[in-house]
Design a protein around this ligand. Sequence first.
Ligand code: NAP
Length: 305
Amino acid sequence: MKIYNGTAATSGRRLDSEMLKYLGVIGFPLRRSLSPAFQQAALDDLRLDIVYEAWPTPTDALQTRITTLRSPTVLGANVTIPHKEAVVAMLHEVDEVASRIGAVNTIVNREGRLFGYNTDVSGLMRALRDDGGFGPAGRRVVIAGAGGAARAAAAGLMEAGAASVTVINRTLSRANRVVEDLRTYADQSELRALPEMYASWAAVMGSCDLLLNCTSAGSAGFDSESSIPIDLIGSRMLVCDLIYDPAETRLMAKARKRGARVLGGLPMLVYQGAASFELWTGQKAPIDKMFEAARSALEAAKAGK
Ligand code: NAP
């Protein structure tokens, strides 16, 4: 049960209303976020008097929402679609990784000053390593998409020594912007943008070690599927779909049939959330509890509960 005004309890536990602090996720429309479920499970596991809420925020209300984070009762927030890039300019300080990527997914309130971080990078790198058995050094990567997630992925993979990163996006100008903005990472990696057309995929998929879907196409409630050509997927690849709802996307199912190894977006989601949790609380995140709660919330959403 969620608590409000300190009068009820989460997970059956009484909270001290005098000490109560707040965290939340800022996005729009924020219909299917799993963060409140798994962050609250972690907070409850450590018996912290903190409530994690969903804060749906349309673009015209974003600045006001960010200002409210400076309250002494608010520890910080996560930021998700579509605000990760827009919040950068609204914060007092942004750490080096988030600033180079141009996207923030975690805000920490330190005595009224707001600090921005990007834990998507470490979350993805941990998921690839621990759950995908993938080491980026010297490997060739193809990224579908050019939004905040694609930026984080490209930066993290180049930082970890990927030999090449190709960004393919429906809107080519956006992919070109990613390449421009991340040029500082590209001293050792080859980085390029290509338009979303069959010839582009055909040019890079033959030597691809890691294919990442960083588009929203294929997610639950979305009316279009990924346009990555399945016939070009080979058994040497790891295919990672950042989408976590559904747990197995059509892209993953089809890639599996072609003999590729596949990884969904849930591990990245939990690891980026765990890194945010550690920034807010200074305590080690209970990862197993977070996975358990995220999977239950996903199951409940699937069952329409
Ligand atoms: P975003 O900034 O809104 O970018 C969306 C991207 O998807 C853009 O490149 C967009 O292309 C592309 N796109 C949207 N609809 C498309 C379609 N029908 N066909 C082809 N491309 C399409 O979003 P984001 O923050 O990067 O997130 C992208 C996805 O990653 C979302 O599904 C999100 O849930 C997921 N994600 C997961 C995690 C995780 O922890 N697992 C973390 C971050 C994000 P245009 O530029 O042409 O519009």
